[in-house]
Design a protein. Structure first.
Length: 352
């Protein structure tokens, strides 16, 4: 950053240009790969994925458990030139520490007790493809340096081998808490963090994108063989719930409701949905770190998107009826739909 020092008598003033992050435009889509959402955060993420996937950049994905980090990684792989190659998953938390080095880098015959055959690790098996390293915070410090070297040189040293071997792969890594905090705590190497964080993507918790719940719920129900409109009191309960388990908990909740219903010949409103404590309203999160106007605008935008999309669904896609219920002109209601790209398919139908 260029700085200019100007002295006026005794005081000295430092003048430096303001740095702003590049604004990522919102993609006009409700899904990308296995990811679903119409919220601003998800549509911005869709754009970032589309721009990053064609490259070989290493990607760091951060998000709470159950937000869909593995789905995001697979979406990157499927939209990349490596899509015909393998997609290999390594879960650092689910693999014994004593075996993790071999799982990542492979080993040769006789390298340790029980190594009766040589075996390629994930980084070599993924030749021409992508390796997704999940639960990165569980990777021991002793292996972080070896992973860093592999990323820098594109060569690995299998356990017990005399020579290094070349690898051709892309790394997408994920953590369920901010990796920068792990660096500050001394549990994660700073140099590896910067090498992994070429592109950083954050999956927001479901409670921060409640306007996506109707779309996600409809997707899960359709996948289970139930085609129905998602609206009414059951939807209000889903939207008002905090979802500590995120999208995974929503999926399990709907699967349980379908199992208890005992039939697919029912409506969404008849599903026996059991939840924990729900809120009396939508309980949108307030961005206290943002200026008042920006935080207020975010709340208004989120409210508008949920209001027009749900009201249109309750009106069976009839924009005139939805506008009448909202107490606004049809033209104004249609303009709100276009502003938020809330329901592109219905918008296209109305435009036609």
């Amino acid at each position: 950053m260029l700085r200019t020092f100007v002295r006026y008598g005794v005081p000295e003033v430092t003048v430096e240009p303001a740095c702003r992050e590049t604004e990522i435009p919102l993609k006009n889509a409700e899904r990308l790969g296995g990811l679903i959402g119409q919220s601003a955060s998800m549509r911005r993420l869709f754009t970032l994925i589309e721009r990053t996937a064609p490259t070989d950049c290493t990607v760091l994905v951060e998000g709470q458990t159950g937000t869909g980090k593995k789905i995001l990684a697979r979406t990157i792989h499927e939209h990349s030139p490596r899509c015909k190659g393998p997609f290999i998953v390594i879960d650092c938390a689910a693999t014994a520490e004593s075996l993790l080095e071999s799982e990542l880098f492979g080993h040769v015959k006789g390298a340790f007790t029980g190594a009766i055959n040589s075996r390629d690790g994930a980084l070599r098996r993924a030749r021409g493809g992508t390796v997704f390293i999940d639960e990165l915070t569980s990777l021991p410090l002793t292996l972080q340096g070896k992973l860093l070297r592999a990323l820098e040189t594109r060569r690995i040293h299998p356990v017990g081998a005399d020579h290094e071997v070349d690898v051709d792969l892309r790394i997408v890594a994920a953590a369920n808490r901010p990796l920068s905090d792990e660096v500050k705590a001394g549990r994660f190497r700073e140099d590896l963090y910067f090498r992994l964080c070429v592109v950083r993507m954050v999956l927001p918790p479901l409670r921060d994108r409640r306007e996506d719940i109707p779309l996600i719920a409809k997707h899960f129900l359709r996948s289970a063989g139930l085609e129905c409109s998602v609206a009414g009191p059951n939807l209000d309960r889903l939207v008002g719930y905090a979802w500590p388990g995120n999208v995974r908990e929503l999926r399990n909740t709907l699967q349980r409701a379908l199992a208890l219903a005992g039939s697919r010949d029912i409506s969404f409103g008849q599903l026996p949905i059991h939840l924990g404590e729900t809120t009396a309203d939508f309980a949108w999160p307030v961005a206290l770190e943002a200026p008042f106007k920006q935080s207020k605008d975010q709340l208004v935008e989120a409210f508008e998107r949920v209001y027009v999309s749900q009201l249109l669904r309750r009106s069976s896609g009839n924009i005139s009826e939805a506008a009448r219920r909202a107490g606004v002109s049809r033209r104004h209601f249609f303009r709100l739909l276009r502003k938020h790209a809330a329901l592109p398919r219905m918008e296209a139908r109305a435009a036609g």
